[in-house]
Design a protein around this ligand. Structure first.
Ligand SMILES: Nc1ncnc2c1ncn2[C@@H]1O[C@H](COP(=O)(O)OP(=O)(O)O)[C@@H](O)[C@H]1O
Ligand SMILES: [Mg+2]
Length: 231
């Protein structure tokens, strides 16, 4: 699939005939310089944007066949987003932040509490559920954001430079958390410009001026895939 912004003379070819297949349970790092097309790719994987040509299949479903409302339901249920800047709601507790996607999903109050508590336990913050973001370190805030991304049990975790705002100790914590999620079978696509971060993944995909190349792995076994981008 390809993505072009604008048209005519000013058109920007952000992604050029990208063919990426992410297998269930895989941990894929996307690495590339600023402006190479990483966020464009992540936006398409996260159903926040659509390719200009080609298709994106998530769990075998062509996202373009869905209307806006169905796409937003799909995003809420199947995608967990983790951002560089955490994007937590400042004046509310860790627990309430983690519960939020379940509010949108219409989960009952009691089930929300249970599931949000379990997600906070999983990221090692069971003792911090009543803390507000400004009472937590950067690494802890990012772990709350990971709990929020996980709480809906999405098919795909998408992280855009998740360690970009963290010091080295917190980076190590968050990367360990991702390693654990990977071992537990979660599917993760992580964007980074940092080689050391990328090397933690199973597979490293390099984006250069909108062109995608595989650094490690074979990219074969297409028949076993359940979600991915196809040209
Ligand atoms: N909404 C947009 N409109 C026009 N051009 C865009 C838009 N978003 C990104 N671009 C351009 O597409 C290219 C890829 O951008 P992006 O995916 O944000 O790269 P990265 O995340 O790797 O820094 C860049 O040249 C950028 O300027
Ligand atoms: Mg970007």
């Amino acid at each position: 699939m390809s993505k072009v912004y604008g048209e005519g003379e000013t058109a920007v070819h952000a992604l050029r005939e990208v063919d990426l297949l992410v297998r269930r349970g895989e941990y894929v790092a996307v690495i590339g310089q600023s402006g190479s097309g990483k966020s464009t790719l992540l936006n398409i994987l996260g159903c926040l944007d659509a390719p200009s040509s080609g298709r994106y299949l998530l769990e075998g479903l062509d996202v373009a066949d869905l209307d806006e409302r169905q796409q937003s339901i799909l995003r809420n249920r199947q995608i967990g987003f983790i951002f560089q800047s955490f994007n937590l709601i400042p004046r509310t507790t860790a627990l309430a932040n983690v519960e939020l996607p379940l509010v949108y999903a219409g989960v009952s109050r009691r089930r929300r509490h249970e599931r949000a508590r379990a997600a906070l336990e999983l990221v090692g913050l069971g003792q911090r559920e009543d803390h507000r973001p400004n009472e937590l370190s950067g690494g802890q805030q990012q772990r709350v954001a990971v709990a929020r991304a996980l709480v809906t049990t999405p098919a795909l975790l998408l992280a855009d430079e998740p360690t970009g705002n963290l010091d080295s100790a917190s980076t190590a914590d968050v990367l360990e958390l991702f390693d654990g999620l990977h071992r537990a079978g979660r599917t993760i696509v992580l964007i980074t410009h940092d080689d050391e971060v990328a090397e933690r993944a199973d597979r490293v995909v390099v984006v250069t001026d909108g062109v995608l190349t595989e650094r490690v792995g074979d990219g074969a076994q297409r028949s076993s895939t359940r979600s991915g981008v196809a040209t």
